[in-house]
Design a protein around this ligand. Structure first.
Ligand code: NAP
Length: 295
């Protein structure tokens, strides 16, 4: 058979063009340029490359970005000070703290310090609570990107059985919440699987829509997928590969080769969910700036 590919790169490019147009219009009509503040602590190469990609995307969308890169040994108090400065800076409409933070810094204390009105990652308890009870909020970027991909591809979520593999606060739990919302892109019946799930394949094989965010390559293989299912692979894993210039290749949490034999629609890695995550960050930053312009 062979599944149709759900190309996140193309979709993200289309959405980013729309965001850039709206960003230009906001500047022309209200003199407000959307601004993103980015905080990176430490020298993790994957985190540094995500931050660079986010800044480039901001610039391409006509947005201002302010980048604070701090050494690994920075204290929690210093990071909180930078967050506080960004909270008060009117040029910054969205704040992103690149995770993970070094062990000696409490991620929850730092995230909780972000003004919810600038929490464009949608990670603060206030935003998460609002999402769950259905109040206006910034939706977390990766889960929001997944829902947008399903909507743009014309996938009917209502009445479907969606199975989510993974229950992290940044992907698994919020994507399950969005899929079960009584709203467009929701109304699915949702099952959430994790490491204590017995016989994972018994659940994944029931999925009309299978979202995999396990953080482990090949967690899901073709034999675990119902024929005709929609498969969204959120995973990004760096697998050592001496044939590649960088010494590794990127792979998802789904074994793409075998999965595409069963699935009707599948996201690739790279070029699937990843570009949509950054796009939804730009979307939230623009929305925050639009709100600021009204005040
Ligand atoms: P995480 O915090 O490590 O969570 C992984 C989740 O998967 C946990 O809930 C874990 O269960 C579950 N899990 C792991 N192995 C499993 C298995 N064999 N069977 C069932 N459940 C299993 O990871 P995350 O932050 O959610 O990220 C998941 C993946 O998405 C990673 O590869 C990450 O790099 C990627 N990601 C991509 C983007 C993007 O923009 N494309 C954004 C964020 C994350 P327990 O709770 O029981 O431990």
């Amino acid at each position: 058979m062979g599944a149709k590919i759900l190309n996140g790169k193309e979709l993200a490019a289309e959405l980013r063009r729309e965001i850039a147009e709206k960003s230009d219009a906001l500047m022309a009509e209200n003199g407000v340029q959307p601004g993103l503040g980015v905080i990176l602590v430490g020298a993790d190469p994957a985190s540094a490359s995500y931050v660079t990609a986010k800044e480039k995307a901001c610039a391409a969308a006509g947005m201002y970005s302010e980048d604070v890169r701090l050494p690994e040994e920075t204290s929690e108090a210093e990071v909180l000070e930078v967050v506080g400065r960004m909270n008060r800076n009117p040029k910054i409409h969205g704040i992103l703290v690149q995770l993970p933070l070094p062990q000696h810094i409490s991620e929850s204390r730092v995230i909780n310090a972000i003004d919810p009105a600038k929490d464009v990652d949608g990670f603060t308890p206030v935003n998460i609570g609002r999402m769950i009870i259905g109040e206006p909020c910034f939706l977390p970027c990766t889960p929001h990107g997944v829902i947008q991909m399903l909507l743009k591809a014309g996938v009917e979520t209502a009445g479907s059985h969606a199975v989510v593999v993974g229950r992290s606060n940044i992907v698994g739990k919020p994507v399950a919440q969005l899929l079960m919302r009584k709203a467009e892109g929701g109304n699915a019946t949702v099952t959430v699987c994790h490491t204590a799930t017995k016989k994972l394949a018994d659940f994944t094989r029931q999925a009309d829509i299978l979202i995999v965010a396990a953080g482990r390559p090949e967690t899901v293989t073709g034999d675990m997928i119902k024929p005709g299912a929609v498969v969204i692979d959120v995973g990004v894993n760096r697998v050592p590969d001496a044939t590649k210039t960088k010494g590794y290749r990127l792979t998802g949490d789904v074994d793409f080769e075998s999965a595409q034999e069963s699935a009707a629609l599948i996201t690739p890695v790279p070029g699937g969910v990843g570009p949509m995550t950054i796009t939804m960050l730009l979307h939230n930053t623009l929305e925050s700036a639009e709100r600021a312009a009204k005040h």
